[in-house]
Design a protein. Structure first.
Ligand code: CU1
Ligand code: CU1
Length: 290
């Protein structure tokens, strides 16, 4: 049977420890930082004149699905029984709630420099040094809920609005797409200030610190967040069984501003030999449980 990804709030103490231990093992071997670098390399925005496969584009969901699978397989090479837990941020909303305990991700950063001081990923506990995408220091930073200027996590209603959209994505297939499940859930809007970010993007803002940019993989909550985003993609598919599961079906032509900037259903998503069309279902690879 396919392995099951479970809600982090339901993990036993032993299951939390096994997940953390497997992550720390990849970090020690240098493999973890390769994942951070892959994400940085593919963090391309609308303003750049390059192919976008990970963000601000239709392949946001399949690219991250494959990225999580690669990471999960790496974890399973260290402990075959481990899967990536998911964090349902519509339910576990407090800055002290799960998953922020000292036996899973640790808590928020301290006020002076946002340095995470508790849990397995605190620099001072000796196992987690930032090596890829270092800015100010080599320690993990967070600012849960943005204490000086509070920001709320997205709600179940925000997610429901995204899932209600029957179209997978709409032109111009970037951060300015005014409809479509992909941009509604990825979470770009034309608004200013906090209203600019909703759903997936808003969670990155809420965690703060390393989660704000291309080096967000440095914070292991990245995986729990994206596992939930992956689960929400499932919910959209089940809700709209007659919708095209991926758009665009064909590459935008040479006359389009998106020519060679986004991938169509059967085009390759670097760095893998994988196409969005290969990743529209995961049920044979893993499942989601409670
Ligand atoms: Cu990403
Ligand atoms: Cu993300």
């Amino acid at each position: 049977m396919a392995p099951t990804r479970r809600n982090q709030s339901g993990l036993t103490r032993a299951e939390r420890r096994r997940f953390v231990d497997a992550v720390l093992k990849l970090k020690r071997r240098g493999e973890y930082d390769d994942f951070v670098r892959t994400h940085i390399d593919h963090y391309v925005s609308d303003g750049e004149d390059r192919l976008r496969v990970a963000h601000m584009c239709p392949s946001f969901f399949p690219w991250h699905r494959r990225f999580l699978l690669e990471f999960e397989r790496a974890l399973q090479r260290t402990d075959a029984g481990v899967t990536i837990p998911y964090w349902d941020w519509t339910k576990d909303r407090g800055t002290r709630a799960a998953p922020w305990g000292a036996d899973l991700l640790g808590g928020t950063g301290r006020a002076s420099d946002r340095q995470v001081m508790t849990g397995p990923f605190a620099r001072r506990n000796g196992h987690w040094t930032i090596r890829a995408g270092v800015t100010d220091g080599d320690f993990l930073t967070r600012d849960l809920g943005r204490a000086h200027d509070p920001l709320a996590l997205p709600t179940a209603r925000d997610v429901a609005e995204a899932i209600a959209d029957p179209l997978y994505d709409v032109p111009p297939y970037d951060s300015t797409s005014s409809g479509g499940f992909r941009n509604r859930l990825e979470g770009w809007t034309p608004a200013r200030g906090d209203a600019r970010y909703r759903n997936h993007n808003r969670v990155h803002r809420w965690v703060g610190g390393h989660m704000l940019g291309g080096a967000s993989v440095n914070d292991p909550v990245f995986w729990l967040h994206h596992a939930f985003v992956d689960l929400l993609w499932d919910r959209w598919q089940r809700r709209h069984p007659r919708s095209a599961p991926y758009l665009p079906a064909e590459p935008p032509g040479p006359g389009s501003a998106q020519y060679r900037r986004v991938v169509a259903r059967q085009e390759r998503m670097p760095p893998w030999d994988a196409r969005p069309g290969d990743l529209l279902g995961h049920q044979r690879l893993y499942r989601y449980g409670d």
